[in-house]
Design a binder for this molecule. Structure first.
Ligand code: PEP
Length: 252
């Protein structure tokens, strides 16, 4: 079994101006200075990426975007490319978040191009997958995860899987206060790892798979203790430095 370093990533969504970003990071960065053995990332909106990257320089906190376009450049109003993200100092990017899939029409076909485009530019791709409440009620969770993992990674060479991070984010648990139980999260993430194993055993051992969905300081430790859960993608609780710090501490 590979030694996977836990990753705690905070998805700030459409929150945080540049001054708020600076205030957050000035409080947060010194507090995690000795958090050896945990990788930590914040994912600000595009407008605060450069500010965050500048502030995080020389610290252990990494900066990731929340989305990117698959093309290198072109007539895509409102979009940004992987090279534009690396240009402002981004280390990675979230891809396929359920809010992008549900509210902005993100498709598996686009994600199949976005994942290799991000890695080719040197970005860590944090690919989100997960079922809706209706799909879980209809016992379709396994089929949904299989479809998303297979489609979204269809164009990625198996030897690059180790550079990828996958976040299992059950849609019914995002921003709802409902958290998957540790058994539900472990079961789904174990399945995702099995799907990766079908492409490459080495990649399955190396790829980090996070849980996301109402992770809070009081439930983080039990989720992170599961054998296949390699960290957390945190939404609401990543906006308060103290809460995010407590979740990072739970991963140590
Ligand atoms: C998310 O947006 O990725 C997320 C997990 O949000 P929350 O923690 O607020 O449920």
């Amino acid at each position: 079994m590979a030694n996977r370093i836990p990753l705690i990533a905070g998805n700030w969504k459409m929150h945080m101006t540049q001054p708020q970003t600076v205030d957050f990071l000035d409080a947060f960065i010194p507090a995690v200075a000795d958090f050896d053995g945990v990788e930590i990332a914040v994912c600000p909106p595009f407008t605060a990426l450069a500010t965050a990257a500048e502030r995080c320089k020389g610290s252990r906190v990494r900066v990731a975007a929340q989305n990117m376009h698959q093309a290198t450049e072109g007539a895509f109003t409102g979009e940004v490319s992987a090279a534009m993200l690396t240009d402002v100092g981004a280390w990675g990017t979230i891809l396929g978040h359920s809010e992008r899939r549900q509210l902005f029409g993100e498709t598996d076909e686009a994600l199949a191009e976005k994942v290799p485009a991000a890695l080719a530019a040197g970005l860590v791709a944090i690919l989100c997958v997960g079922e809706t409440e209706g799909e879980r009620d209809r016992t379709e969770t396994e089929a949904v995860l299989r479809r998303q993992v297979e489609a979204d990674l269809a164009q990625l060479d198996a030897e690059r899987f180790g550079e990828l991070v996958i976040a299992y984010e059950p849609v019914w648990a995002i921003g709802t206060g409902k958290t998957a139980t540790q058994d539900q999260a472990q079961e789904a993430i174990e399945l995702i790892r099995r799907l990766i194993r079908a492409r490459s055993a080495e990649a399955a051992d190396g790829v980090r798979i996070l849980y996301g969905g109402s992770v809070k300081p009081d439930n983080a430790a039990e989720l992170l203790a599961q054998p296949d859960i390699d960290g957390a993608l945190v939404g609401g609780a990543s906006l308060a430095p103290g809460d995010f710090l407590a979740i990072c501490a739970a991963a140590r």
